[in-house]
Design a binder for this molecule. Sequence first.
Ligand code: R5P
Length: 321
Amino acid sequence: MQESNFIIFSGSASGKLAAHMARLLEQSTGRCTVERFPDGEINVHLDEPVRGRDVYLVQSTCAPVNDHLVELLALADACRRSSALSITAVVPYFGYARSDTRHSQRAPIAASMVASVMQSIGITHIVTVDLHAAQMEGFFHIPVDSLTAVPALVHAVRGHLPEEVAVVSPDEGRFKMASEYARWLDAPVAVIHKSRQSGTTTRVAKLVGDVKDRPCLIIDDMIATGGTIADAVTALLRGGARPQIYVAATHGLFVGEARAKLSHSAIRGIFVTDSITQSHPDWSALNVVHLAPLLAAALRRFRADESLADLYNHCIHNGSE
Ligand code: R5P
């Protein structure tokens, strides 16, 4: 796809992913400079013209979340002030998406706040992957395409799974996603009722579904501290599941002691995407699925004003287009 009226820039969180996407689209990423002043402020400069061009800014707002967010906003502001025709923020991992309701009085809805800032800065289209809560789209009045990595993760994990696997949702919130996995894998679903005590600790209450003597695939949208998955593993083993457990999650944040929590002998493989750049060369259980084929395929369809309806057919059969 050689076209000069669009350009892909990458923020510092998503350099490899953006370069991979651009390669698949037979482009190179646009040159831009991101610098940090000694006081912590961020400055960006577009080293190529964007006047009259459709711009795609690829940046996951992962840790350090606020820095990556401000960098994305600064890039978008630079594009708007330089007369870009449109500004699409490709945010494979959308930070603050978990803060989508008020958990108490006198509390913010951070996801709504981020959406407002993105729009006011001139972003005209959001593309993201497995948004924590679909209703977050309602915080935007611009188009939001929330893609899913489930077919690509299914394609990657399928060959590793033993017969009779059960798909497990680690909480009620992921039941719909677990059902999607189960549909692709033709497997039964179980769900764990999880209650959260704080941002870092959870308490498992009960397991619903038949996992006895079955290997299990625990799915989630993200792994942060690893607490949810570790609790799910404990609940499954107590419930009689075989100590053959696989994990698939779209976003691997792996904060704090996550890796230690996930180094359980029953966990045979962990599959995440590169929505967040992974650098664990010595973690043999970790498998990373590339998102670039999905994002590049979506971008091709945006360029041609085509529907995304058949976007996943290719992923499930070939892993990429
Ligand atoms: C919760 O609603 C999410 O879907 C994840 O289950 C959660 O954010 C994972 O966090 P952690 O790994 O810290 O338990």
